[in-house]
Design a protein around this ligand. Structure first.
Ligand code: ADP
Ligand code: MG
Length: 871
């Protein structure tokens, strides 16, 4: 459409809008007329397809083969028996359905996370500024755009200030493009040349502006090409991938062993039917059916819990990486400090004034002019805390201040950026032009040529500069963030190129931003957890030092400034980051180099960021943490996690959760695999000592899919233990099974297998094969249920409280009840081919089943004197 060469008033009429935004009813009308701001997704798969998808699984195929073979064995042995294959297939189908339900739940939980972390837009509606989800934008909305915003729909600019956008998501060209509201454009200009239009999905790299939305959703530029962009398959986390492989290898291994056993058996002259039976049982025993589904669910439960602790996980794999973090690089402002900035001191040549003495000074007026805060309904609207503090100081120092500001008409703005560290505005006042700059002392002072003292204009010399630097240092040492304010008056519009020259130095403003109290504790927690905390800030080196000392970050580390970093070679910087705890006056580019150096040193880096320019560093770090409150949409989009309260302590909580969730996943894996090994051992040893097969496939399936999965899930919900922060970070290169976990899995499996086999042997020799199998089946199932309690901690379970994981207790009761029903209710016992046990047999079964706890408790008694070795 040709919105680019229509006038704004035409567009207002066209879209039923005005400069105050749409009215409520107009929103509804435009929604119906022009659609909603959503890219249509591909059709949801229906339930049946989803279940079929589950059945495609490699393991399920083996199980199906097992069912078929079981049918054939029944057929071959002469007694045509449909029950077993039917039960096997039903268990598979039920399992698939449960799988779908669980996955659905897990993905709902993750979708919910996506929703809270999805982009927002600031708009005018009903003459009020509102922050809404970008997907709720409609055509005609008046959108407010600031640097760092993601443009969520196509926009025609109404007003703009040095507005640059990055349209690389659409054009691939990442050099920012200047956009201008006032420009007049001829008809038939191609999209790339429409300088007064913003394209959906582009991002604002600097400047600000206001615009009217002209197209949303599928009608926007991005919507038009969206069809080709759809279809991004779900990505698995590294852990999930690794587990996929583990299961695959286990399955393949099982098939090979089955084959070998089958052949040996046949060669030894054993009946084919027996051999088939043993082989299938073995295959069923070896496959950890629930493993992957359970890990996914544990992850989903974990990230849902993290939301309540102010951490939104955007990428699931961050959970795993969090547990491995060795360095946290944190912003100062807002993350380590409270972001409640307040003007504390003002310096005007040659006096330092306290808060009640500077009321009528010109410096406050200039601070409020060179500023993007607005005063409405007695509230200050702003997202930049530094600006807000300056604005507040002016507004609340006198009555009618609001009114004074209205005498000045802004004609130009060069916005603040972390690279230039200052901001400049030009105002028309009466017949003159007033240029005001505010920013870092070291960036602005050498652009000033004069200052006023007692109404006399005096030239700035070296000694004056030195004096200002000393004042700056004194204020910084008191943890104040120091802003210089300077200005010039001209009777012509100043040349844009020389805006910042020949300025008149007005003074310094010292802003206090107290450190967050809880951060100190979090930092010492990090220390005990083997994690280094490093401060990275754009603020002055001395302010940074003062705050770092207050928070115990500096200890005996070094401070490096951006200037020094620039001079260091990559190789040298790699050495320096090992001993540097504070980086001050850095630019976003320095940030990226710092992360790179840490990573090259083999560290796992968590990095915080909020600005547009922080996106590369956030992406490059192992765990990019964006700020939920002050963060730009661009930073959020690049991050792995979002801290909804901007608080450093929340990163530490996230690390704690990362470690805890990883532990829980390990608990599940440990439990499920040791159970599987127990089953393999039972079957294999029985074969080796030439006993009849002690377990039928159906028994194994029951144990694997029913009585094992509840405790496994319950283990996944184990509370994060406090001692997770007392050990060193997990090593990323260390495999899942390092540190003796594999040995534990095998020995515990051996124990369970031997117990089950023993019960079979006794039942078989003293009673009958049926009794033997029943006892073996029950011991296997119950001993694993008991064994699940062993997984909870490396300490005695009596120490951490037997009842402290409520889910495990529920799973205990449910699983025992299920198992007892299967062997006691007549109809069920027929299906499972078991017999009802008498009191003696039950006593023996219970005695054997409880053994895993006794044995593991004894071994824990001897090993816990060594350090916690669950990782
Ligand atoms: P950080 O967030 O790491 O503390 P910033 O990049 O926000 O650092 O700020 C760096 C420096 O830029 C500050 O020390 C200050 O001198 C200057 N500055 C910060 N905010 C503004 C602003 N809104 N306008 C002008 N200058 C600013
Ligand atoms: Mg900042």
């Amino acid at each position: 459409m040709d919105y680019y060469n229509k006038s704004i008033s035409e567009l207002y009429i066209l879209f039923n809008s005005s400069k105050n935004g749409l009215t409520k009813s107009a929103v509804e009308i435009n929604k119906r007329k022009f659609g909603i701001n959503q890219i249509e997704n591909k059709k949801e798969k229906n339930l049946f397809i989803k279940i079929l998808n589950q059945l495609k699984d490699f393991m399920v195929i083996i199980l199906f083969i097992a069912a078929i073979i079981s049918f054939i064995t029944g057929y071959l042995s002469g007694k045509i028996d449909y029950i077993e294959p039917i039960v096997i297939i039903s268990i598979i189908v039920i399992n698939a359905i449960i799988g779908v339900i669980q996955e659905e739940k897990a993905s709902k939980a993750i979708d919910a996370l996506k929703k809270i972390s999805s982009p927002h837009s600031k708009i005018y509606r009903d003459n009020k500024i509102q922050n809404i989800l970008s997907k709720d934008l409609v055509v005609g909305d008046i959108i407010i755009l600031e640097s760092g915003d993601l443009v969520a729909a196509d926009v025609r600019l109404i007003e703009s200030n040095s507005l640059y956008t990055d349209e690389s998501s659409l054009t691939g060209e990442s050099i920012p493009v200047l956009k201008e509201a006032e420009i007049i454009i001829n008809k038939d200009t191609p999209i790339s040349e429409q300088k007064n239009m913003l394209i959906s999905s582009s991002l604002i790299t600097s400047g600000n502006g206001i615009g009217i939305i002209t197209a949303v959703g599928m009608n926007s530029q991005i919507g038009k090409i969206a069809k080709t962009l759809q279809n991004n398959p779900k990505e698995l986390t590294p852990l999930q991938k690794r587990l996929n492989n583990v299961s695959k290898y286990l399955g393949i291994g099982a098939i090979i062993i089955c084959f070998v056993i089958f052949l040996t058996g046949i060669l030894e002259g054993r009946p084919i039917i027996d051999m088939l039976m043993i082989s299938i049982s073995l295959a069923v025993a070896a496959i950890p059916e629930g493993l992957i589904a359970i890990v996914t669910i544990v992850l989903a439960i974990g990230v849902s819990k993290m939301v309540r602790h102010n951490v939104i996980v955007r990428k699931l794999q961050a959970v795993e990486t969090l547990g491995c973090a060795t360095v946290i690089c944190s912003d100062k402002t807002g993350t380590l400090t409270q972001n409640k900035m307040k003007v504390k001191k003002v310096y005007i040549p040659f006096d330092i004034l306290d808060s009640n003495e500077y009321i009528s000074s010109k410096i406050l007026l200039f601070g409020a002019l060179c500023n993007n805060s607005k005063f409405s309904n007695n509230k200050i609207l702003n997202s930049n805390p530094t600006d807000k503090a300056l604005f507040e100081a002016f507004i609340y120092s006198n009555k009618n201040n609001d009114f004074i500001l209205n005498n000045y008409k802004r004609i130009l703005e060069i916005p603040f950026s972390s690279n230039t560290k200052h901001m400049t505005t030009v105002y028309k006042y009466k017949n003159n032009y007033l240029t005001i700059s505010k920013g870092a002392v070291d960036k602005l002072l050498n652009k000033c040529s004069h200052y006023y003292y007692k109404n006399k204009l005096i030239k700035i010399d070296k000694s004056f500069q030195d004096k200002i630097y000393i004042i700056n240092k004194e204020m910084s040492e008191k943890s104040l963030r120091v802003i210089t304010i300077c200005y010039k008056e001209t009777n012509k519009i100043p040349d844009k190129k020389n805006l910042d020259s020949n300025l008149i130095f007005c003074g310094l403003v010292g802003i206090i931003d107290p450190p967050r109290l809880e951060v100190k504790k979090s930092i010492s927690l990090c220390k005990s957890a083997g994690i280094r905390t490093v401060m990275i800030t754009g603020d002055h080196i001395i302010t940074a030092k003062a705050i770092a000392n207050e928070l115990n970050i500096l200890s005996n580390g070094k401070i490096l400034s951006g200037e020094e970093i620039e001079k260091l070679s990559n190789e040298k910087l790699k050495q320096e980051v090992k001993i540097t705890n504070v980086f001050a006056r850095v630019t976003p580019e320095d940030k990226l180099r710092i992360v790179k150096s840490f990573k090259e040193n083999g560290e796992i880096v968590a990095m915080t960021g909020d600005g547009v320019n922080d996106a590369p560093a956030l992406r490059y770090s192992d765990i990019g943490c964006a700020m939920g409150i002050t963060g730009t949409e661009v930073a959020k989009n690049a991050a792995d996690i979002i801290l909804t309260d901007d608080n450093f302590s929340s990163i530490v909580t996230a690390v704690k959760f990362g470690r805890g969730i990883y532990d829980n996943i390990k608990r599940c894996i440990h439990f499920l695999l040791s159970s599987n090994i127990g089953e393999i051992i039972t079957i294999l040893f029985a074969f080796l000592v030439k006993l009849p097969t002690p377990l039928l496939p159906i028994h194994l399936l029951w144990v694997n899919l029913v009585t094992d999965s509840f405790p496994a899930l319950a283990l996944g919900a184990e509370r994060v233990q406090n001692n997770v922060m007392e050990r060193k970070p997990l090593s990323k290169n260390k495999g899942l099974f390092s540190d003796g976990m594999l040995i534990n899995i095998v020995t515990e499996g051996l124990m369970i297998g031997l117990l089950a086999l023993l019960s079979f042997y006794i039942g078989y020799s003293y009673y009958s094969i049926e009794v033997g199998r029943t006892m073996c089946f029950t011991v296997l199932s119950l001993s694993q249920i008991f064994h699940s309690f062993n997984m909870r901690s490396e300490n005695s379970i009596f120490k951490i409280g037997l009842l402290s994981n409520i889910y495990l207790n529920i799973s205990f009761v449910v699983c025992c009840a299920l198992q007892i029903s299967v062997v006691s209710i007549k109809e069920l016992s027929l299906i499972f081919k078991v017999s009802v046990l008498n009191i003696n047999q039950w006593s023996l079964v219970l005695l054997l089943s409880i053994m895993p706890i006794i044995v593991v408790e004894i071994s824990k008694y001897f090993t816990t004197k060594k350090k916690y070795s669950f990782n």
